[in-house]
Write a protein that binds this ligand. Structure first.
Ligand code: NDP
Length: 251
């Protein structure tokens, strides 16, 4: 059992909870950082039943610098250190760009991109002070490469997040801190359930994704656990696509 201290932002549900579950099975100590304290605390308690050595829920809006500072301080106060940060918190308003307000545009960038900047910079300062390396995983998306009329803000944020990941990789590698992205394909979560609940969309999925099924939050969690493992120490600055082959299809 390793007892890595792992922070998962947006960890109360969906992909974030799947990531927490996979780390919990490895015996990690988990910090579930999310907007809703009750949901984060409930998720943390559930992660203990999956094998987490310990887990706490912390309220944190990643787009608010002071809240990120407080969340990292709490993690260190409780567990004494930080080994892994997973920048998972994200939003996707699904609004056509020509109808989008500047406020919605800004909010998407604030949460998906600037939130990861705050979390990574503040957590990495702590990892550097610890002196024995660390791991940062950024949850991007297919939308780091491809987009659509109702995902212009989202694609811009995720493309930016991919480059932020690469930039942090160049800055932090000398401290033994690796930065990589996991780009999920289509994953069934509360964010996307409204879409995949429709039979015609579910049927489309089978034709579009070579492995013929929608992804699960734990498909993403397994990739994060790998990137946080000692075996991944020389992997830095890359995106690992976990999409069942979706982006490999040329039609
Ligand atoms: P969900 O909406 O199901 O879960 C997101 C979690 O993040 C929620 O608990 C939410 O809280 C929380 N959250 C939202 N905003 C903030 C914030 N400002 N600070 C802290 N926490 C916040 O989304 P998914 O699990 O589907 O997505 C997780 C990540 O994966 C996102 O970055 C998303 O872009 C990415 N992704 C998802 C894909 C998919 O198919 N589902 C595909 C590709 C990428 P609350 O519930 O209170 O709003």
């Amino acid at each position: 059992m390793n007892e890595q201290v792992v922070i998962v932002t947006g960890g109360a549900r969906g992909i974030g909870f799947g990531i927490g579950t996979c780390f919990a099975r490895k015996g990690a100590r988990l910090v579930v950082a999310d907007l809703d304290l009750d949901a984060a605390s409930k998720a943390a308690n559930e992660l203990k039943t999956h094998g987490a050595a310990d887990a706490i829920g912390v309220r944190c809006d990643v787009s608010v610098r002071s809240e990120v500072e407080a969340m990292i301080e709490r993690a260190v106060a409780v567990f004494g250190r930080i080994d892994v940060l997973v920048n998972n918190a994200g939003i996707c308003p699904f609004i056509e760009v020509m109808d989008m307000t500047p406020e919605t545009w800004q909010q998407t960038l604030d949460v998906n991109l600037t939130g990861a900047f705050h979390c990574t910079q503040i957590a990495a300062r702590r990892m550097i002070a610890q002196g024995d390396g660390g791991r940062v995983v950024f949850i991007t998306s297919l939308a780091e490469n491809v987009t659509g009329p109702a995902q212009v803000d989202y694609g811009a944020s995720k493309g930016g997040l991919r480059m932020a990941m690469a930039g942090f990789a160049t800055a932090l590698g000398k401290h033994g801190i690796t930065c990589n992205a996991v780009a999920p394909g289509m994953i069934l979560t509360p964010m996307t359930a409204f879409h995949w609940d429709k039979p015609e969309n579910a049927a489309f999925l089978k034709t579009r994704v070579p492995v013929g099924r929608i992804g699960t939050p734990e498909d993403i969690g397994h990739a994060c656990v790998f990137l946080a493992s000692p075996e991944a120490a020389y992997i830095n600055g890359v995106t690992l696509r976990v999409d069942g082959g979706h982006q490999a299809v040329c039609y």
